[in-house]
Every structure is written in C-alpha cells, then in structure tokens.
Design a protein around this ligand. Structure first.
Ligand SMILES: [Zn+2]
Length: 129
C-alpha cells in the first residue's frame, strides 16, 4: 500500500514538474484575440488545466456598457481559448451575467437592457442575421 501511495506521489510530482516546464518555456505563441475582446492585445495565457494534459487557457471577454447610475448587475461575454501541444481552440462564446439578489424595478430594467445588449453582441459575434 505504501508503494502505491509513493508511486502516485511520484506521478503527481512528475506531472507538476512537466506543467511548470510548459508554463516556463514560453514555447508557445499567443495568437491574436478575437476582434471583440476588450483585454490588452496579446494578453497571455493565465491558467493551466492539469485535467486536460496541461493545456494553457485564457479568456477573451467583452462587457456590456453599464446602464443606470449604480452597478447592481452586469452582463458580459466570455470565450475560453485552449492551447494544447500547439493546437489552439477557441470555445464557443457565452453570456456571463450576474446581478444583486434584490433589485428595484429600475435596476431590473437596467439589467434587462444590459442583457439585451449582450445578447445582441453574442449574435453579432456568432454571425447571426
Ligand atoms: Zn483576448
């Protein structure tokens, strides 16, 4: 039993070392962002997915403009880009939205308007007509 635990520990250690080498190597190129991304051009990969072979990940994003005088809610679009062994995959963009649990009618209308803007933007990104 002890050997099995040590073997697993060694495997975990090797995997961690491999992931660190991947992260440190910069042996990848960061492709251009989609035109709708608000992040700085060429923003780097920011995470590693050990469950996906150490794939590098970054998220492209766009925020709906704030409507109303206070921030009680927001709607944005996000898409995850995955780079694994030199193959870059941009996953489908989606709307990410959140709001306070208690909204006034005015705040709810503002949130609805932000969601509508995000929905229209997502259609635009996806080429909907
Ligand atoms: Zn981006």
């Amino acid at each position: 039993m002890k050997n099995a635990i040590e073997t697993q520990s060694e495997a975990t250690k090797r995997e961690t070392e491999r992931l660190n080498r991947v992260a440190d190597s910069k042996a990848y190129t960061v492709p251009p962002c989609p035109g709708w991304c608000k992040e700085a051009a060429g923003h780097d990969y920011d995470s590693i997915d050990p469950g996906n072979g150490g794939a590098l990940e970054r998220h492209h994003s766009w925020d709906a403009p704030d409507i109303g005088e206070q921030h009680h809610a927001w709607a944005s679009i996000s898409a995850c880009e995955v780079s694994l062994d030199g193959v870059v995959t941009l996953k489908a963009p989606y709307i990410y939205a959140s709001a306070d649990e208690e909204l006034t009618a005015r705040q709810a209308r503002a949130y609805s308007a932000e969601l509508l803007l995000a929905a229209n933007k997502l259609d635009e990104i996806n080429g909907a007509k």
